[in-house]
Design a protein around this ligand. Structure first.
Ligand code: ADP
Length: 331
């Protein structure tokens, strides 16, 4: 049997708890023990941890956030930190560390493995879905749901007042969340980092689209979903450019951190549970420095080195649908 440690690091995401639960239950099934480190790599450096078992993960699957807490830990990039972490893991007789987080956290895991002989396994946890090696990340589905529900509410007021709304959706430098949220909320236009060419091109398209929309729908409410970190100058700059061009009143809305919270939807719970169980299995198979993902319904193990620095393209079929019904509807 093996001893496991688990931690959640970087941006938190709904379903991280479901992953912790799965790791603990799968590990206990094999007769092993699990400890949980608090606040990401910070807990690993300060040896702040607690035992996890069936009792501590009872009633956990539906809870948002992460019971282990998350955290950034800039000093973890140093050689000394990795050596301290290795010594702490050895002191607790840990055979395998499971890291739930995004690409930064996986870089940390790969860094640690240079100084520690135990196994390191990553589980993709982020609402941004910007991790290669898996079709979806833990938390992504819940964040889509949250964004769509919020945009539905914006639509109600947009409709009542016939206004143009800009809704900023998270995603760091990826447009997955914005794209899905825009399609599911029947928004009228979406601005994505992967497809953005220039401010002028986008403004021209929006202007044309808005003009045709007014003619066809005979209604003035119009919703534009904007992925964060795309528009130069942010939502305010876009808002004033659009006001100038269209003469319409623009209402910018930033959804913000509500997108990280909430009880995970069933898709995230199921994904987290499958990946958590598979991580324990992979540890017993002797795998090291890998991430567990799911692609086309199959569980996949990808080397961390391939996950950290590669980029993940938007799904072509989703982009195709978007181009038909959103941005170029009148082209
Ligand atoms: P995410 O995992 O969501 O991408 P971050 O990019 O903030 O979040 O990374 C989370 C943590 O991972 C950092 O605070 C740091 O502790 C660790 N980390 C990130 N990059 C490295 C690196 N190159 N070397 C060591 N640790 C790293």
């Amino acid at each position: 049997t093996k001893n496991f440690a688990v931690l959640s690091s970087g941006g938190d995401a709904p379903g991280m708890n479901a992953a912790v639960r799965a790791v603990v239950l799968a590990c206990e099934r094999e007769g092993g023990q699990v400890i949980g480190y608090r606040y990401g790599y910070n807990g690993l450096l300060s040896q702040s941890c607690r035992n996890l078992n069936a009792k501590t993960v009872h009633n956990l699957i539906q809870q948002g956030g992460t019971v282990l807490h998350s955290g950034r830990c800039p000093e973890f990039k140093s050689e000394q930190s990795a050596k301290t972490a290795a010594a702490n893991l050895n002191e607790k007789a840990i055979d395998c560390l499971i890291v739930i987080g995004g690409d930064g956290s996986f870089r940390g895991a790969a860094h640690l493995s240079k100084y520690w002989s135990g196994q390191v396994i990553g589980l993709p946890g982020t609402i941004d879905n910007d991790i290669p090696g898996t079709d979806a990340t833990i938390g992504y589905y819940t964040a889509i749901e949250t964004a769509v529900t919020s945009i539905d509410k914006v639509r109600d007021t947009a409709d009542a007042f016939e206004r143009l709304f800009l809704v900023e959706v998270m995603g760091r430098h990826a447009g997955f969340l914005a794209l899905k949220a825009a399609i599911a909320s029947a928004s009228d236009y979406v601005i994505l980092p992967e497809l953005f060419e220039s401010e002028d091109k986008s403004l021209n398209e929006i202007e044309l689209q808005l003009h045709k929309h007014r003619k066809d729908v005979e209604h003035d409410s119009f919703i534009i979903v904007v992925a964060e970190n795309v528009w130069p100058g942010g939502l305010d700059a876009l808002s004033s450019s659009l006001a100038q061009r269209t003469g319409s009143e623009i209402r910018p809305v930033i959804l913000g951190h509500v997108q990280r919270g909430g009880s995970p939807v069933s898709q995230d719970r199921i994904l987290a549970t499958k990946l958590g169980c598979e991580a324990v299995q992979a540890a017993y198979d002797g795998d090291n420095c890998i991430m567990i993902g799911e692609q086309k319904g199959e569980l996949v193990r990808t080397p961390l080195s391939e996950v950290c620095d590669a980029s993940k393209p938007l799904t072509a079929s989703t982009v195709k649908t978007m181009k038909l019904l959103l941005n170029n509807r009148y082209a």
